[in-house]
Design a protein around this ligand. Structure first.
Ligand SMILES: [Zn+2]
Length: 572
């Protein structure tokens, strides 16, 4: 039994995510977690909401709520949707938790003690009326480049020029509109990543099994241009982890917080501590996943994320871990994804283009989405969601192949033998050939799942379903029954055992359908198959079952057209 720690990139708090976000981290991480649990491994699967930073503050202000209240509410909504998609987190934490506050400050203190934090005095715009500094989006003014009057402090939306807040002409506060602004000096903490460049480079070079997509992104940031830069890890904001705290190896950081990108990945660890707290366990329970001096040396740690998150996970977060000089677990494997596009363009949160997670669940159950998204995961290149493809895939794979198989074999049995596994007869050569094919395919499926080759795994699973359908079609127990009911009984017995086997193999992809198939077969036997012949004898003659309702319904053309129109854009 192995011990596998799995984290999904943590979604930002300000709003409901779209299907492209889901398939870029949480959903494939869930597939991998479910698979490893089915194989009997010990799994810890952690995700959380990423709650700090200016976008959370601004979204809360727009909603007219205190930021803490806004985040608590949005966390509840995201957690509910995650349950709807059957994301099987051991814990869905919050980066604003007390645990993360303490651990972030602990990491910063260690980095400071190890000489890896520099104190840098910078000039920033201060609003007298608001009594605060105005970082990035908190300041507006006229663009010095194009004259656009509503340019933001970090960038002009009109001409896209990158700006410094001090570049703006007629600057004003985005909070109050006040023009009573001054340039004041303010101190910030910088993580001296350049000092860690060699250690990070050696660590990345040791990861010979990582995909080139991952290592090339990391090496580009490490070496291109002037190479890895020191990074500001604090901001003049009030919402976040306070940068001044008891035991801090610096002074004068009152009223400042750590930058959201510093504390967010630390939440992977803090989230595991939150899991222990939520389950009434002590620190040893989570430390054995994260501290190599406290039992985590046999843990395999896998992270799932979109490609845009790779630099932070290959450089910034490891810099924190390595720089702490404490025995925290570093990631063993990073599974990163390209983008999912939507119907000839991109998903757009601001324009409401594409299907968002709550909307998806309002029109079809989770399994339909899980199957399509995973079997079309953007692994080696970007992939595209189209309604035609979604409809075809659901109708063919789920309804015609798997659903139809289950329906045919159970209904036929009910009509000829009743709702029990029939006895008597011998299976023939055709069955032996099927068992042989499944032996090869199931082992291939396991290989793809272990390698996190998600599309290949989905393809193999589909082929496993197809093999059962083809067997039933060619064995034709309904024709055999007239002359040789015992031989037909043997075929049906095999078919009903296939239903149980399919339920077990399919669980990571379509957990609800899997549970319904097992319930219909009247069994809780979720044993992963060793020898296939043995697995196909799990339900003995005389065992009672129930003929299930339709497992998957087909999507009609009119529905597809209706949805196509509804999700074309401009969400209000
Ligand atoms: Zn401009």
């Amino acid at each position: 039994m192995a011990r596998i720690l799995i984290t999904s990139a943590i979604p930002y708090i300000n709003g409901i995510k779209h299907l492209g976000n889901l398939v870029g981290s949480q959903l494939p991480a869930d597939l991998y977690a479910r698979y490893n649990r089915m194989r009997g491994h010990e799994v810890m699967f952690i995700c959380a909401t990423d709650e700090h930073g200016t976008p959370a503050e601004l979204a809360a202000a727009k909603a007219g709520k205190p930021v803490a209240e806004y985040c608590a509410e949005m966390h509840g909504i995201q957690a509910e949707i995650a349950r709807g998609f059957r994301l099987s987190f051991d814990h869905f934490g919050r980066s604003s938790s007390e645990r993360n506050h303490r651990l972030t400050q602990h990491m910063a203190r260690k980095l400071g003690e190890n000489g890896l934090i520099a104190e840098v005095v910078e000039k920033q715009v201060f609003s007298v009326a608001d009594n605060r500094f105005l970082p990035d989006r908190y300041i507006e003014g006229t663009c010095p480049n194009c004259g656009y009057e509503k340019a933001r402090g970090d960038q002009c939306e009109n001409c896209t020029k990158q700006l410094d807040p001090t570049d703006l002409i007629n600057p004003r506060s985005a909070v109050s509109g006040s023009t009573e602004l001054e340039v004041r000096e303010t101190k910030h903490l910088y993580l001296r990543q350049r000092t860690l460049k060699e250690k990070l480079g050696e660590w990345i070079d040791s990861k010979t099994d990582w995909p080139v997509l991952t290592t090339s992104i990391a090496k580009k940031w490490l070496n291109d241009g002037e190479g890895l830069q020191d990074r500001g890890i604090t901001r003049d904001l009030s919402w976040g982890v306070p940068a001044q705290f008891e035991g801090a190896p610096w002074t004068g950081m009152e009223g400042k917080v750590f930058y959201v990108w510093f504390d967010a990945p630390i939440e992977y660890i803090a989230g595991t501590a939150e899991w222990a707290d939520a389950n009434g366990l002590d620190d040893t329970a989570w430390e054995r996943w994260w501290r190599t001096d406290k039992g985590a040396d046999d843990v395999t740690y896998v992270q799932f994320m979109g490609k845009d998150n790779v630099p932070f996970h290959t450089l910034s977060f490891p810099a924190t871990i390595i720089g702490s000089e404490e025995p925290w677990k570093l990631v063993d494997y990073i599974k990163s994804f390209n983008y999912l596009n939507y119907d000839g363009g991109q998903f757009s949160t601001s324009q409401g283009r594409g299907v968002f997670m709550d909307q998806a669940l309002s029109i079809l159950p989770a399994d339909y989405w899980r199957w399509w998204l995973l079997s079309h995961a953007p692994e080696n290149s970007d992939s595209e969601f189209t309604w035609e493809n979604f409809q075809a895939s659901v109708n063919k794979d789920l309804a015609d192949v798997l659903g139809n198989f289950v329906s045919r074999v159970t209904k036929f049995c009910r009509s000829k033998f009743g709702e029990v596994i029939p006895e008597g007869g011998q299976t023939d050569e055709r069955a032996a050939t099927l068992v042989e094919e499944l032996e090869t395919r199931v082992r291939a499926y396991e290989g793809h799942m272990e390698a996190m080759e998600i599309r290949k795994a989905a393809g193999e699973l589909r082929a496993i379903w197809v093999a059962g359908n083809e067997y039933l079609q060619s064995a034709a127990p309904w024709a055999v029954f007239k002359d040789d009911p015992e031989r037909a009984a043997a075929m049906v017995r095999l078919g009903l055992n296939l239903v149980r086997l399919y339920a077990v193999l399919s669980e990571p992809f379509i957990p609800d359908a899997s549970a319904r198939m097992l319930a219909a077969m009247g069994t809780e036997d979720r044993t992963w198959p060793g020898a296939i012949a043995e697995a196909l004898a799990a339900l003995p003659a005389g065992h009672a079952f129930e003929t299930p309702e339709v497992l998957f319904r087909k999507i009609a053309d009119e529905e597809r057209e209706d949805w196509q129109g509804r999700f074309a854009g401009v969400r209000t």
